[in-house]
Design a binder for this molecule. Structure first.
Ligand code: ASP
Ligand code: MG
Length: 424
C-alpha cells in the first residue's frame, strides 16, 4: 500500500464522460489498496475561456488589483473539475472529497498569475486518507498570506501535484498527460526518437525546450528539491489497463543517488531552440571592465543573455559576442547602440544575426566521460555544419549554428550518440 498522487490534465478532464473515466482509473488504484490524492486541471479550454472573459474588461497594463481578480476568475476552472471528479468517484461507490487550494490550504506568495507555493498543510488531507477517502485537490491555485486566491501560472497544475506529493511525502506522483513520456528528442524531427524509461531531473531542466512541452518546468524544480518520484505517463490508455503495467509505464524522473541511475547512458537527449539571436560587439578595447560595460547594460534592461564568447585580442582589441532570445534582439541592439557603443571608443561596431539556433546534447553521464564534446563536434563536421559558438556545463554542451542546419544537426547527433537504441 502506498500514498499516490495522480495529476490529470485538461484533456483528461475534458467532458463529464472523460471525468468518469478518470474516476474509474483512480478507483482502480484505490481498490488496489493505495491512498489516493488526485490533482486535476480545469476542463480543456476552460482557463482560456475564463481569461478571455476577464481580458475583455482589463486595461492593457493590468495593475495588482486587476491581476487579483484575474486569479479569482481563472481559479474557478479547477474548482469545477474537482467537484465533478468527486461526484464521479462517488458514483463509482468511492468515498471522495474535493478541496479548493484555500481549503487545504496551499499557501503561496502574492505574485498574482505566477504565484509560488510556499507551503502546504497536509493535516486535513492525511486525516481524510486515513478515513479511507479519495482526496481531490484543485491544481493551479493557492491562497496568499492575506487570504487572496492566487494562481501559479499556465500549466501550474503539474507544480500543484508535485508540491502536494512532496507535502504528503507521497510514494509517487503520476502525471497523466497526452504524451506517453519524455523522448530523446522531438519525434517530429527524428522519427527514431525513443521514449526514456527514466531521466534525471537535472537533465529535464537542461532539456527544458523538450521537457517543458510536457511539464511545467517549475514542477521539475520542485521534484528535484524535495525528491518526489515523479512519473510522466499517457492518459490515453484504457482506464482498466493492468495496474502494474501502468505503474511502470511512461518516464520516471530520477535523482542521481538512485540506484537505477548507474546504467545511465552518456547522453540522454538532444534539445534545440530556434528562439535565438546573436549579437556581436566588434573591435572593443581589451581591458578590464568591458564585459561588464556591455553585459551590465543588457542585464539592466532585463534581457537574459545565454551563450557568451570573447575572442583573444589582437593588438589590444577584441570581439565580444553573445546570444539572447529572438524576441529580445531588437531591444538588445537598441540598448547597445544608445548606451554602450558610444562609450567604448572609436572603431567599435555592432553586428547581429537572428537566423541562428542552439542545439544541445544533455546527459549526466558527461560528468564521468571525457571526449563527449569532441564526438559532438566530429558529428557536426561530418555533415559540414559550421559551429559559431560553443558553451558547456557539467551535463550539457551547446552549439550555436546557422538556423538552416538545425534539423540536420539534431538528426546527426541523435545518430552519432546511438540514441535510437533501447538501453537496458
Ligand atoms: N488550467 C491551468 C491552465 O490551463 C493550469 C493547468 O492546466 O495546468 O494553464
Ligand atoms: Mg499541462
Amino acid at each position: 500500500m502506498a500514498l499516490i498522487v495522480h495529476k490529470y490534465g485538461g484533456t483528461s478532464m475534458g467532458s463529464v464522460e472523460r471525468i468518469s473515466n478518470v474516476a474509474k482509473r483512480v478507483a482502480k488504484w484505490a481498490r488496489a489498496g493505495h491512498k489516493m490524492v488526485v490533482v486535476p486541471s480545469a476542463m480543456s479550454g476552460e482557463t482560456n475561456r475564463l481569461l478571455g472573459l476577464a481580458n475583455e474588461l482589463t486595461p492593457e497594463v493590468p495593475n495588482e488589483r486587476v491581476l487579483r481578480e484575474m486569479d479569482a476568475i481563472a481559479a474557478t476552472g479547477e474548482q469545477v473539475s474537482v467537484g465533478l471528479l468527486s461526484l464521479a468517484l462517488q458514483a463509482e461507490g468511492m468515498d471522495a472529497v474535493s478541496y479548493a487550494g484555500w481549503q487545504v490550504p496551499v499557501y503561496t506568495d502574492n505574485a498574482y498569475t505566477k504565484a509560488r507555493i510556499l507551503s502546504i498543510d497536509g493535516t486535513k488531507v492525511l486525516k481524510d486518507l486515513d478515513a479511507g477517502r479519495v482526496v481531490i485537490i484543485t491544481g493551479f491555485q493557492g491562497i496568499d498570506p492575506q487570504g487572496n486566491v492566487t494562481t501559479l501560472g499556465r500549466g501550474g497544475s503539474d507544480t500543484s501535484a508535485v508540491a502536494v506529493a512532496a507535502a504528503l511525502k507521497a510514494d509517487e506522483c503520476l502525471i497523466f498527460t497526452d504524451v506517453d513520456g519524455i523522448y530523446t528528442t522531438d519525434p517530429r524531427i527524428v522519427p527514431e526518437a525513443r521514449r526514456l524509461n527514466s531521466i534525471s531531473f537535472e537533465e529535464i531542466l537542461e532539456m527544458a525546450s523538450l521537457g517543458s512541452k510536457v511539464l511545467q518546468i517549475r514542477s521539475v524544480e520542485f521534484a528535484g528539491k524535495y525528491h518526489v518520484p515523479t512519473r510522466v505517463l499517457s492518459s490515453f490508455t484504457p482506464w482498466d489497463i493492468d495496474i502494474n503495467e501502468e505503474a511502470n509505464s511512461g518516464t520516471l524522473i530520477t535523482f542521481e543517488e538512485d540506484e537505477n541511475m548507474m546504467e545511465q547512458a552518456v547522453i540522454s537527449g538532444i534539445a534545440f531552440s530556434r528562439n535565438e539571436a546573436k549579437v556581436s560587439v566588434l573591435g572593443v578595447p581589451d581591458k578590464p571592465g568591458i564585459a561588464y560595460q556591455i553585459l551590465g547594460a543588457v542585464a539592466a534592461a532585463n534581457i537574459e543573455v545565454d551563450v557568451i564568447i570573447q575572442n583573444t585580442s589582437k593588438e589590444g582589441f577584441t570581439d565580444f559576442s553573445f546570444t539572447v532570445q529572438r524576441g529580445d534582439y531588437a531591444h538588445t541592439m537598441e540598448v547597445l547602440k544608445d548606451q554602450v557603443v558610444p562609450h567604448l571608443g572609436q572603431g567599435v561596431s555592432l553586428e547581429g544575426d537572428t537566423k541562428i539556433c542552439k542545439v544541445s546534447i544533455v546527459g549526466i553521464g558527461m560528468r564521468s566521460h571525457v571526449g563527449v564534446a569532441s564526438d559532438m563536434f566530429r558529428a557536426l563536421s561530418e555533415e559540414g555544419i559550421n559551429i559559431q559558438m560553443i558553451s558547456t556545463s557539467e551535463i550539457k554542451t551547446s552549439v550555436v549554428l546557422d538556423e538552416k542546419y538545425m534539423e540536420l544537426a539534431v538528426r546527426a547527433l541523435h545518430k552519432a550518440f546511438n540514441l535510437e537504441e533501447v538501453k537496458k
